[in-house]
Design a protein around this ligand. Structure first.
Ligand code: HEC
Ligand code: HEC
Length: 293
């Protein structure tokens, strides 16, 4: 009799705990759902988009060093980034005018809303699009980037719709995954007009925005950015990198091989992207990171 009572009570505890977990999860899923369905109304001015070959070449370079091609594909025709029962389905849009791509009347203002505010045409947040980084691009760079994207060949590539899975909901809720860049952007910050273009720490600081997503805002690294990934190292003067020469730093970012002979994996540290930075940009990154104690 007594034994049965204990078992029944044990069951009751397990069921209560499961119920609580389920409720907690439903609260989280509902919170993320609300945040992804919220409609934002940002007024974004349009900017002049150049068409000269120098600006188009600059835009192409930016699409490489800012990772647009990594997520949206080398042809910008879009890519299924994640398709996993836990994380869900996450698709980087087809940015061309082909089938499954941007609508014919997708205008400069739409590009600006996406790149400066992290919001799509419907007014809803773009998911996992790093607009908190593109929002900090200078006017000249933004216009060159948009100019390049708007003239790439059309790619017919219809892709499935985004659908966040339970793990993505949880990680987004806990701030472990940059799901909704719209929430991280200072939407009233003016468009940056001037950026130092001479090699040096100022240019390096501007470029290092692209490293901050993983190496953190202070570049001192921290926990892995996703389960199963390595710790993110400190790349300031107080980390191991602080003892490297400029040549060693540049060689690491171009070959993925560190001075100790460690081969970085591109999926963990995107060195194939940093390999495309030009010499002036790599020198500037080095000079800037050295100024951080
Ligand atoms: C980490 C991956 C990633 C990177 C890097 C990235 N994007 Fe995206 N981008 C996405 C995803 C995912 C979406 C789709 C978001 C959605 O549908 O909610 C998206 C959406 C967009 C959209 C909105 C398209 C639409 O359908 O409204 C534009 C425009 C865009 N990206 C341009 C760019 C440009 C330009 C760059 C480079 C500066 C870039 N992206 C870099 C992942 C990325
Ligand atoms: C997607 C995340 C990500 C981005 C973006 C990124 N890194 Fe890294 N980086 C890593 C990780 C993770 C490692 C460690 C990899 C390992 O241990 O194998 C690393 C390692 C490094 C190393 C080697 C450090 C050492 O002590 O061995 C350098 C240097 C570096 N990154 C510089 C940069 C610079 C500069 C940028 C921006 C231009 C950048 N990274 C952007 C994730 C990233």
């Amino acid at each position: 009799m007594l034994k049965r009572k204990v078992i029944v009570r044990g069951f009751a505890v397990v069921i209560t705990v499961l119920n609580l977990l389920l409720i907690a999860y439903l609260v989280i899923a509902n919170d993320i759902k609300k945040r992804t369905e919220k409609i934002y109304a940002f007024k974004e001015k349009t900017i002049a988009i150049p068409s000269d070959s120098l600006s188009i070449a600059r835009g192409k370079h930016l699409s490489v060093i800012k990772g647009c091609q990594d997520c949206h594909g080398a042809d910008l025709g879009g890519k299924l980034m994640i398709d996993d029962p836990g994380l869900g389905v996450i698709v980087a849009s087809n940015l061309t005018g082909g089938k499954g791509g941007l609508p014919q009347d997708y205008g400069v203002q739409d590009w600006m809303r996406a790149l400066r505010h992290g919001v799509g045409r419907s007014g809803k947040a773009l998911i996992l699009m790093p607009s908190h980084e593109t929002a900090l691009l200078s006017k000249a760079d933004l216009s060159a980037l948009i100019a390049y994207c708007r003239q790439v060949d059309r790619v017919d590539r219809p892709l499935p719709a985004n659908k966040l899975g339970p793990v993505a909901n949880m990680m987004g809720y806990l701030g472990k995954m940059p799901l909704l860049s719209v929430e991280k952007i200072n939407h009233v910050a003016p468009l940056r007009l001037e950026v130092d273009t001479a090699p040096g720490p100022a240019l390096g600081e501007y470029l290092a925005i692209s490293c901050s997503g993983c190496h953190r805002a202070d570049f001192k690294g921290g926990d892995p950015i996703a389960p199963g990934m390595p710790e993110v190292p400190n790349i300031t003067s107080s980390g191991a990198v602080g003892k490297w020469t400029q040549e060693q730093f540049i060689s690491t970012l171009r070959t993925g091989k560190t001075p100790t002979g460690h081969q970085l994996k591109n999926e963990e540290m995107p060195w194939m992207m940093t390999a495309q930075y030009d010499l002036k940009e790599l020198v500037s990154l080095y000079l800037y990171l050295r100024t951080i104690k």
